[in-house]
Ligand binder design. Structure first.
Ligand SMILES: NC(=O)c1ccc[n+]([C@@H]2O[C@H](COP(=O)([O-])OP(=O)(O)OC[C@H]3O[C@@H](n4cnc5c(N)ncnc54)[C@H](O)[C@@H]3O)[C@@H](O)[C@H]2O)c1
Ligand SMILES: [Zn+2]
Length: 393
């Protein structure tokens, strides 16, 4: 008896637009995105709006109705826009996906209907997960409304919610049908979220692109001031580096043990749960980058001057390098953040694989971290923290 070797190759493609005013009737991108496979047909659309965004942009439902009516030959609205809470709390709410399943079912959505999701990274993760499991996958058109949603989470292929106190425990890989990053939504984003999302740009520059890193250093003050031209370029370059990685790494669905784009993330995910999500994802990532950069330099992998450049860049942009949760200890005196290493390995299975830095622009995978060295560098970051602010309330 020999085994039959099944092999399936699935090609995935989706456009990512960087635009402004997606719902202005003259802006063709949303229309193009929805009808890109069947330009002749009329397409059934459903809009999911994050509550905070709907409050800040009260004209959205009217703009959606006007856009769909303007393009009535191609688009059809199957229900009123559905407004629901977003933010990290929505990913912690295990009942949230079922609420979306209920409205998808009531609206009679099918696998060729488009669900247009307008909201932050957390809302995209939640609705993406619910949509991926309804009829085994609806077409999701993402309109991310945060920096992090536009430069990282919204352009990738992962969806998920938190469970059992663990980030993204429930989730799936499902490519979006299209992504539209609309710079205008960032106008209402609080300062804290504007800055937090930039941590992912520093991350991807550190491990992938020294020229982008230099560009970030040269524009750090403009980014700290949220100067629109610099922000747009940062978002575009960061998003494209993520897209290139997903398409070119040979492992878009992370079947192996490596998570090269998750530089700084083993500590970050743990810090988010340790602080009960008082820290934003991006803030936790900045601290995680600071820790793993210092570690890389301490073990002789990265030149100390390069490590200083990374820490200075994070600081100039206005990102934190420290939080008291880094120093939190369990009953036996062990640093709690170290538990993040075990959880990081557990999420993927197999051997622990963490990305460190061997140069700016070049990551290096390692399979072991020395807890004594981690603790020493937490102490060093603690000493540097003087004058820094406590993030969150
Ligand atoms: N799927 C992935 O590949 C991936 C990758 C990275 C991060 N993530 C996830 O993304 C999430 C973080 O995303 P985020 O940084 O966008 O945070 P978020 O979605 O929590 O949004 C941050 C805050 O901004 C608000 N908000 C959203 N848009 C707004 C706007 N235009 N104006 C004013 N306020 C607005 C939200 O209500 C929230 O309070 C985390 O859960 C993280 O784990 C997922
Ligand atoms: Zn991240």
């Amino acid at each position: 008896m020999s085994a039959y070797e099944q092999r399936i190759t699935v090609a995935l493609d989706y456009p990512v637009y960087f635009t402004e005013g997606v719902l202005e009737p003259a802006n063709p991108h949303l229309l193009e995105a929805i009808r890109r496979r069947e330009p002749e047909r009329r397409h059934r659309c459903f809009f999911a709006l994050e509550q905070r965004v709907a409050e800040l942009w009260p004209g959205l439902p009217a703009s959606i109705a006007a856009y769909v009516e303007h393009h009535g030959a191609s688009l059809e609205l199957v229900a009123e826009p559905f407004v629901a809470p977003g933010g990290e709390e929505s990913k912690n709410d295990e009942a949230a996906p079922a609420r979306f399943h209920t409205v998808f079912e009531a609206a009679g959505l099918d696998r060729q209907s488009a669900v247009v999701v307008i909201g932050g990274g957390a809302f995209q993760d939640l609705v993406g997960y619910a949509a991926a499991t309804a009829h085994r996958g609806l077409r999701v058109v993402r309109v991310p409304t945060t920096v992090l949603g536009q430069n990282d989470s919204g352009v990738g292929v992962k969806n998920g919610i938190n469970a059992f106190g663990k980030k993204n425990f429930l989730g799936c890989f499902a490519a979006p049908f299209a992504v539209l990053a609309d710079a205008r939504f960032l106008e209402t984003l609080p300062h804290r979220d504007r800055i937090a999302g930039m941590a992912e740009a520093v991350k991807v520059a550190c491990i992938r692109d020294a020229r982008f890193f230099d560009w970030l250093c040269a524009h750090a003050q403009k980014l700290a001031a949220f100067e629109p031209a610099a922000v747009k370029e940062m978002i575009r370059r960061c998003a494209i580096l993520h897209l290139e990685h997903i398409a070119g790494s040979g492992d878009p669905f992370e079947l192996g043990t490596a998570r090269p784009l998750d530089f700084g993330h083993w500590a970050a995910h743990k810090l988010e749960t340790l602080t009960d999500f008082r820290l934003r994802h991006g803030e936790a990532v900045a601290i995680g980058i600071a820790l793993d950069t210092r570690y890389s330099s301490d073990v002789g992998l990265l030149a100390p001057q390069a490590a200083d450049r990374v820490l200075n860049l994070l600081e100039t942009i206005g990102l934190p390098l420290w939080d008291e949760a880094l120093d939190s200890r369990d009953a036996s005196g062990r640093l709690r953040v170290l538990e993040g290493l075990r959880e990081f390995r557990e999420h993927l299975g197999g051997e622990l694989t963490v990305t460190l830095l061997e140069a700016i622009g070049r990551g290096r995978e390692v399979h072991e971290l020395d807890e004594v060295v981690i603790a020493r560098n937490i102490e060093r970051l603690a000493r540097r923290r003087e004058g820094s602010v406590r993030y969150g309330t």
